[in-house]
Design a protein around this ligand. Structure first.
Ligand code: PLP
Length: 379
C-alpha cells in the first residue's frame, strides 16, 4: 500500500456496526457493566473510549506501530513519557528542542532530581560521550524546533540499544507521512497532533506510538494516573483531519521548498534553516531517514526591529503560536514558542532576536512569496 492510500485505508475508518462513513463520537464518560466481575473493553473514558481508541489505532498504523495512546496535548504526551524516569536517573536530549519540552525538564524533571544533558544533536558521537552510569533515556526531536537541526535517528538509536537506553523521538515536524522513527530503531514516537496530524488549527492533542508492550503499559498507566486524556470531540476532529494528511503535507512541503529557496536568495536574509536547502547541515541525513523535508522553516533577520517591521507588513500568514495548519503561520520563537527559556539559553542555542519561524500552509506559493517580498521591502 502506497503512503497516500495508507493515510486512509491502513486502519478502520468506518463504523463497523452501521457502516457510517466516519467513526461515531462516543460522547460518554462511563459504560454500563452487565457483570461487575467480568472484564469489558470500555469501562470509563479516562481508561479508554471507542472513538479515541479508533484514533489511536489510526495513528499507530501510520507510524507502523502496534500501540497508540492519545493525549490531551503534545505536552501531556511528552510529560507522561518523561515521567517514566525516576529520581536519580539521567536523560540525554537534543540541544534544539521545543520550548514546552524544555520547560518540563526545568520545572518538573529537575525538581524530582532527574539529571538532564543537552547535546549537539548533529554530532552522533556527542550523544555517546554523554552517557553516564545512571543514563536511562535519550530524547530526539528531528527536524528540531525552531532551527530544523537533524539528528541521525538510526545511529543514535544504535547507541541507545547498545547501552540499554529507552529512545524517544518527537516526530511532530515530519509526521508518519515523511518519517517513521520506529522503523529506524526508536522505542517511542511522540506527536503534537495539534499540528500536522490534525492540520486545521482547531484541536489540541498528543499521540504516543510504540511497538513495545511493556512501555505501552507503563505509559498508559501513567496516563490513567495523570489524567491527560483526549476529549471525544477532539479525537473525532483529529480523525477527520488525518484523512487529508497526504494532500495537505505534499502541497505545503512543495510551497516550503519554493519559499526556502526564495528566502535563501534574498539579500536581507543572512540565514535560512530548511533541510531542502543544499546549505543545510543535516540534509544528507534527512535524505537517508525521511522521504520529505517538511513545511516548517526558519530564517534570520539582522535584529528585532526588522522582525517587527516584517510582522507589521505581512498579510497572509496567521501570526500565532503553532504550526502545521492548512494556513501559513508565522511566529517569533524569541517571545513565543521559546519565550519561557532564559535569554542566555536561547542565545546559546542560536535562537536569536532576529529568528522567525514560518509554517508554510497550502495557499498558492506565488501569493505567499509576493507577500513576503512586499513585507521585506518595508525593512
Ligand atoms: C515539536 C513539538 N513538540 C511538541 C509540542 C507540544 O504540543 P502541544 O502544544 O500539542 O502540547 C510542540 C508545540 O508547538 C512542538 O512544536
Amino acid at each position: 500500500m502506497k503512503k497516500d492510500t495508507k493515510v486512509l485505508h491502513s486502519y478502520e475508518m468506518k463504523d463497523k456496526l452501521t457502516g457510517a462513513a466516519s467513526i461515531p463520537k462516543y460522547q460518554v464518560s462511563t459504560f454500563h457493566q452487565e457483570n461487575i466481575l467480568a472484564n469489558q473493553e470500555f469501562v470509563y473514558s479516562r481508561f479508554g473510549n471507542p472513538t479515541i481508541s479508533s484514533v489511536e489505532k489510526a495513528v499507530a498504523s501510520l507510524e507502523n506501530g502496534k500501540y497508540g495512546i492519545a493525549f490531551s496535548s503534545g505536552v501531556a504526551a511528552i510529560s507522561s513519557v518523561l515521567l517514566l524516569l525516576s529520581s536519580g536517573d539521567h536523560i540525554i536530549m537534543c540541544n534544539d528542542i521545543y520550548g514546552g519540552t524544555y520547560a518540563i525538564v526545568k520545572d518538573i524533571l529537575e525538581k524530582f532530581s532527574i539529571e538532564v544533558s543537552f547535546v549537539d544533536e548533529e554530532d552522533s558521537s556527542a550523544w555517546e560521550k554523554e552517557i553516564r552510569e545512571n543514563t536511562k533515556m535519550i530524547y530526539i526531536e528531528t527536524p528540531s524546533n525552531p532551527l530544523l537541526k537533524i539528528t541521525d535517528i538510526k545511529r543514535v538509536c544504535e547507541i541507545a540499544k547498545q547501552n540499554e537506553l529507552i529512545s524517544i523521538c518527537d516526530n511532530t515536524f515530519m509526521t508518519p507521512y515523511f518519517q517513521n522513527p520506529l522503523d529506524l530503531g526508536v522505542d517511542v514516537v511522540i506527536h503534537s497532533a495539534t499540528k500536522f496530524l490534525n492540520g486545521h488549527s482547531d484541536v489540541v492533542a498528543g499521540l504516543v506510538v510504540t511497538n513495545n508492550r511493556a512501555l505501552q503499559e507503563r505509559i498508559k498507566s501513567q496516563q490513567v494516573n495523570l489524567g491527560g486524556i483526549l476529549g471525544v470531540e477532539d479525537g473525532w476532529l483529529l480523525m477527520r483531519g488525518l484523512k487529508t494528511l497526504a494532500v495537505r503535507i505534499e502541497k505545503s512541503e512543495l510551497n516550503a521548498k519554493k519559499i526556502a529557496k526564495y528566502l535563501a536568495n534574498h539579500p536581507k536574509i543572512p540565514k535560512v534553516h530548511h533541510p531542502s536547502l543544499k546549505s543545510h547541515i543535516g540534509r544528507e541525513v534527512q535524505l537517508n531517514q525521511a522521504s520529505g523535508f517538511g513545511s516548517v522553516l526558519s530564517f534570520e533577520l539582522k535584529n528585532q526591529e526588522q522582525v517587527l517591521q516584517l510582522f507589521n507588513a505581512i498579510n497572509y500568514p496567521l501570526v500565532a503560536v503553532s504550526l502545521g495548519g492548512v494556513e501559513s503561520i508565522l511566529s517569533y520563537p524569541w517571545s513565543m514558542s521559546h519565550g519561557g527559556m532564559p535569554s542566555s539559553e536561547k542565545q546559546n542555542r542560536g535562537i536569536t532576536k532576529g529568528l522567525i519561524r514560518l509554517s508554510v500552509g497550502i495557499e498558492n506559493a506565488q501569493d505567499l512569496i509576493q507577500d513576503l517580498d512586499q513585507a521585506l521591502k518595508t525593512i
